[in-house]
Design a protein around this ligand. Sequence first.
Ligand code: G6P
Length: 594
Amino acid sequence: MCGIVGYVGNKSAQPILMHSLKRLEYRGYDSCGIALAGSDLEVYKDVGRIDALATKLNSNGCSIGIGHTRWATHGKPSRINAHPHTDCSGQFAVVHNGVISNYLELQTQLILEGHHFSSETDSEVLAHLIEKYYTGDLVSAVKTALTYIKGSYAIIVLGKDTPYIVTARYENPVIIGVGYHENIVASDVPAVLDYTNKVIILKDGDIATVSRESVKVCNNGREQTRNCNVISWDINEAEKGGYEHFMLKEIHEQPKAIAETLRGCLSKVEPQVNPGIKIPDNIEDVLLLGCGSSYHATMIGKYVLELIVGIPTRVELASEFNHANPVLRKTWTIGVTQSGETADTLMALKKARQLGSHTLAITNVVGSSVTRLVDQCFYTRSGPEISVAATKTFITQLMAFYLLALSWPGVDYKYKYGLIQDLGRLSSKVQRLLNHQAEIAKQGANLARFENALYVGRGINYPVALEGALKLKEISYIHAEGYAAGELKHGPFALLTPQTPVIAIAGLDSTREMFLANIREIKARESPLLAIADERDTEIDKYVDCVIRVPSTEPLLSPVINSVALQLLAYFAAEARGCPIDLPRNLAKSVTVP
Ligand code: G6P
C-alpha cells in the first residue's frame, strides 16, 4: 500500500506535495511525511493524517521534494517508521511503496559495514544502499541499489544537491504528470490532476530521471520512449461534488458507471453483445480470481456464466490460490481487480499464466499493473473511485460478467433478447432506487444501534449477502457476517437473539420457497428481520418486520439492484455512528502487499 509523490518545478514544492498526498490517502493514512531539498535535506514526518502534518509546516520555498502517506506493513505507525527515510549522512531521502522481502539480509550486511538504522521498516535499506553505491551520480546509485532488492517497489529518491528526482517501479505503480516547467511523480493519477492531465505510466523495471524540464526513462540500461497519455476525466470527478463522503457520491454515480460500462457493447435491435473480448478457442472451464468485493463479484460471475453459458466455472480467493496446487486444463482464468494493483490477484494471475492458462483481467484502471500481465483486458468504466469501500467498481464488475456471458458464442436467444433489454434498463432502475434513499437511510440509522448483524441470501443473492455484510463491517464497524440462508441452522442460529438483526435478500427465483422457509425459522428465534425485496414481492411482508423495496428486475440481474440498496444501508448505518466512512480504520483501497 502507501502513496508516494515527488515534485520538481518552478513552484514551492511543500504545498503541492501535501495536496497531492491528500489525494493518495486512500492508499494508506496512518502516518505521513515529506522531504525537501534546500541547502540541506529537510524531513518532516508524523503519525496521523496529511492535514495534521500540514498544520505544522511552513512553506520554505524549496522547489524539489518527495512525500509519502503510509499503511504500515513493517513496524507500527510511528514518526520514526514514517517515510521519507534517509541514509546516515543525510544526503538522500527515499519514499517507498511495496515490500522488500530480503531487507533483513541487506540490513545485516549494511550494519556490519557501519550503517546505522533508525526504523523498523523494510524501506530504510534503500536509503543506505543508495548511500553505499553513490559515487557522484544518483541515477546510477539507485540503479545499482535496486539490483540487490528482492520484492516489489515504487520509489522516489531525492538527493541533497541534485536538481532532479529519481523514480523506479517494480510491481507497484508509478505515474509521472508532465507539466509546464514542472513534473510530478505519484502512485496514481488523482495526485497530479490539479496540475496536469498529461501522464506517463512507468513499466516494471523502469528507472526515470525527472527534472523540471524533462523526463528520461531507462529500462535494462537502455533509454525508452514512454507515451504521454491524456487523462480524459477531470479532477471534479475525484472531488466530493457536494456529497458528504466520496462513498455516497460514488454510490450515486452508479447509474452513469453502468451506462458507461455498457456503452457500445449492446445492440438491442438484433440482440448482439460485443464487449470487445475474444473468448479463447477450445476452453473447457473458467477460473475466476479476486479479493474482497472483487471476489464477491466473481461469485456472482460464476452463477451468471454457468446459467447463461453453461460452462463449468470455479472461483478462488486470489490469496488462497497462490498456495494451492491447481490443475488447469483448457481453463480460461479471469482476474477481477478494480485497482489492477492487488498483489494477491497479480500473483495468482501470474501463476495461472505459468500453468498455461489464457488470462483476462476485469479492471477499472487503464495502465495498471494487471493490464501488463494478462492476454486481454476488459475495462469497467466507473471513473475514479476514492472511497476505500468499493461500490461503483463492484457494480460494473457485475456488468462485465453479464456482457461476457451474453457475448459467448452459441448462447441461447431467449437469454440474449430478454437480458439485453433488461441490462439496458438497469441504469435507470438504479437511479430510481437512489431517488428513494430516504427510506433506506431510516433503516440504516436503526441498524446503527446494534453491534452484530447477519446477512442471508440464497442462490445468486448469497454472494450479495456476503458483499452487504462486508460493506457494513468495513465502514460502520458493526460485526456482520453473510451466510447462505440454508446454512444458518448449522451453527449461526446460536447467535440469533432480539439483539441480532438479520438482513434477508429475497430473490424471486427458484430459491424462493426454501428461502421463505429459512426466513420463518429465523423469525421464530425473534431476531429483527429486514428484507431487501423486489417491489412486486408483497408476500414477503408476512414474514419480516420491515422491507426495503427495490425496483423490479430479472432475477439474474437482481444482485445489482440489491447490492446498491445494501451499500446505502451500510452507508447510513456508518453515518449514524459517526464513522470516518471514506477512510475506515486499518484499511486501504489499494492493497499492494500479499
Ligand atoms: C481492498 C479494498 C476493497 C477491494 C479489495 C480488492 O481491500 O478496500 O474494497 O475490494 O481491496 O481490491 P481490487 O482492487 O483487487 O478490486
